[in-house]
Design a protein around this ligand. Structure first.
Ligand SMILES: Cc1cc2nc3c(=O)[nH]c(=O)nc-3n(C[C@H](O)[C@H](O)[C@H](O)COP(=O)(O)OP(=O)(O)OC[C@H]3O[C@@H](n4cnc5c(N)ncnc54)[C@H](O)[C@@H]3O)c2cc1C
Ligand SMILES: NC(=O)c1ccc[n+]([C@@H]2O[C@H](COP(=O)([O-])OP(=O)(O)OC[C@H]3O[C@@H](n4cnc5c(N)ncnc54)[C@H](O)[C@@H]3O)[C@@H](O)[C@H]2O)c1
Length: 473
């Protein structure tokens, strides 16, 4: 039993978002406690970003070496699967959070282990693993950073089969023989790429007519072609309707027939982890993403915040951490009676969520994007033009890989003459994204972008080619 205590700020959930909220409020002079029911560090560290990228990196680096004449000759063996899994294990510290706990201690943040539950205004009851409870009281704010979990659709037979979610897919210690994946979004695509390279026979079932549906069409098309080239059975316009056991494996039923597998991964999106955190005790509906304003404060409850995946705005680690910095600044300011500006791009609001979210899908080829797509510009009624360029035509790309294939798609707001979206598809494009993010956030006029001269011979020369194409079209 932990003694009841009072803090300026209580943060429920010590994932990457919660850690950042607590860190910034403590640096701002307030006291903070993190409440965590599983591992300090959350999904990203143990079952999402880090293990998935560790699984993918070896495959990517081999692919890059094989695409460079001369260097390719040195690649004579196959990827060491056991060593790849071991390296992935080391990136999760073997699912041990003591390193992160040391950081929390060093940052001057209190930590209480257990499941946190709101219990009326500014009060959180924590139930520890041994069933004992303690009550925490907040002087200023309670911040819900409980994240999200895999949404498993209620398919016929789903309760009778063993289902993998992203957690099992990123932490598996053995390569599945036949892996059937429901969902061709980011999780489905990354896991199809990783496990097919490590030896699984993968079938990827996607309801819509493209993979990576929210991205520019060039992204999903290139990734589907590449997955097929590496032996993945990509089935588009295919909806899964039912599943049943088949010996040790599973039969997945779709509109087009049946697919047999040894493992069945459901990658059909996420849902808020807010079902059992006492939202009803403060008049809110449990189980929903928290409805927040741009300072990430829950509408109608002036001491409650919802930050990171828990608000459903942008399900990405870096955006959760960004929201954490903005929300924490607002909490500190409100605690000290300082004015909190709600204006776009103020230090207290998460304007980039809507205007300039960067994202990288670590598929082969990579997809790196920021801002809005052409389709979103259309939906939002923004006067725009779309500029496309073959990335392979740039000298830096040809040097990067023999036969480099890739695309750049830029969306330009023609009234304001600024870039509002940019997507790169191709090997190595993830490291080019930050320049695009700065151009979109900074609303850099196209006329000024001509002065941002890309170094020769780098792939960034595509910026010049995009400007020339825009000028000439
Ligand atoms: C397979 C996969 C790969 C991904 N790859 C990337 C990537 O490459 N890059 C990227 O930017 N994003 C990626 N994401 C998304 C990223 O993982 C999430 O956006 C991020 O983890 C959200 O952080 P969070 O702190 O808001 O939530 P979480 O990381 O989910 O943390 C929430 C924490 O709250 C705790 N908790 C929940 N309820 C309670 C309670 N009642 N009491 C106490 N504690 C509680 C949980 O145990 C958890 O530790 C990926 C997601 C998946 C599924
Ligand atoms: N690299 C990264 O940044 C990264 C990696 C992984 C996950 N994430 C985050 O996690 C979130 C969740 O990813 P996700 O891939 O689970 O969700 P998603 O929403 O991106 O994709 C789910 C896909 O499943 C399909 N689907 C749903 N039900 C289906 C059915 N019955 N049959 C066939 N297809 C079906 C949907 O049409 C959709 O295309 C992402 O939005 C992203 O924010 C990020």
């Amino acid at each position: 039993m932990t003694a009841d205590q009072t803090f300026d700020v209580i943060v429920i959930g010590a994932g990457s978002t919660g850690e950042n909220v607590a860190d910034v409020v403590v640096k701002g002079g307030l006291t903070a406690v993190l409440v965590e029911s599983e591992l300090v560090g959350g999904e990203c560290s143990y079952w999402a970003c880090m293990p998935s990228k560790a699984l993918l990196r070896g495959t990517e680096v081999l692919e890059e070496a094989r695409a460079v004449g001369g260097a390719a000759a040195a690649v004579t063996g196959e990827q060491d699967v056991a060593a790849t899994l071991a390296r992935r294990n080391s990136f999760t510290s073997n699912w041990d959070d003591s390193g992160q706990v040391t950081w929390v201690d060093g940052a001057g943040i209190a930590l209480v282990r257990g499941a946190g539950r709101l219990d009326g205004e500014k009060r959180v009851v924590v139930t520890a693993a041994d069933g004992s409870t303690s009550t925490l009281t907040a002087r200023h704010a309670v911040v819900v950073c409980t994240g999200s979990e895999a949404a498993v659709p209620p398919l016929e037979g789903i309760d009778d089969v063993e289902v993998w979610t992203a957690r099992e897919a990123t932490s598996a210690q053995q390569v599945p023989g036949r892996l059937v994946i429901l969902g061709g979004g980011v999780v489905g695509v990354e896991m199809a790429t990783a496990w097919s390279a490590l030896g699984s026979q993968v079938t990827l079932l996607q309801r819509g007519d493209r993979l990576l549906a929210g991205q520019e069409p060039e992204a999903g098309d290139a990734v589907a072609a590449s997955l097929r080239d590496r032996g993945v059975d990509v089935q588009l316009n295919t909806s899964v309707t039912a599943v049943r056991k088949d010996g040790d494996g599973v039969v997945v039923v779709t509109g087009a027939g049946e697919v047999r597998g040894d493992q069945f991964l459901v990658a059909a999106g996420r849902r808020a982890r807010t079902g059992d955190i006492g939202l009803d005790t403060v008049g809110l509906a449990p189980g929903e993403y928290l409805d927040v304003d741009d300072t990430l404060r829950v509408r109608g409850v002036d001491w409650l915040y919802g930050v990171g995946d828990a608000n459903g705005r942008r399900l990405l680690t870096h955006m959760g951490k960004y929201q954490a910095r903005q929300a924490a600044a607002a909490i500190v300011a409100r605690a000290t009676g300082e004015q909190v500006s709600m204006a776009d791009w103020s230090p207290f609001v998460a304007t980039a969520d809507a205007a300039a979210t960067p994202q990288v899908t670590f598929s082969i080829p990579q997809v790196a994007s920021v801002g809005i797509t052409a389709a979103q510009a259309e939906e939002q009624g923004i006067a725009h033009t779309v500029v496309r360029y073959e990335l392979g035509n740039v000298a830096g790309s040809a040097l990067f890989a023999d036969g480099y294939a890739g695309k750049a798609v830029a969306v330009v707001d023609t009234d304001r003459q600024v870039l509002v979206g940019l997507t790169f598809v191709g090997p190595g494009v993830s490291e080019m994204l930050q320049a695009a993010t700065i151009a979109v956030v900074g609303e850099v006029p196209i006329s000024r972008l001509w002065h941002a001269v890309p170094a020769y011979p780098t792939m960034n020369e595509v910026w010049l080619r995009l400007l020339e194409t825009l000028r000439d079209q």
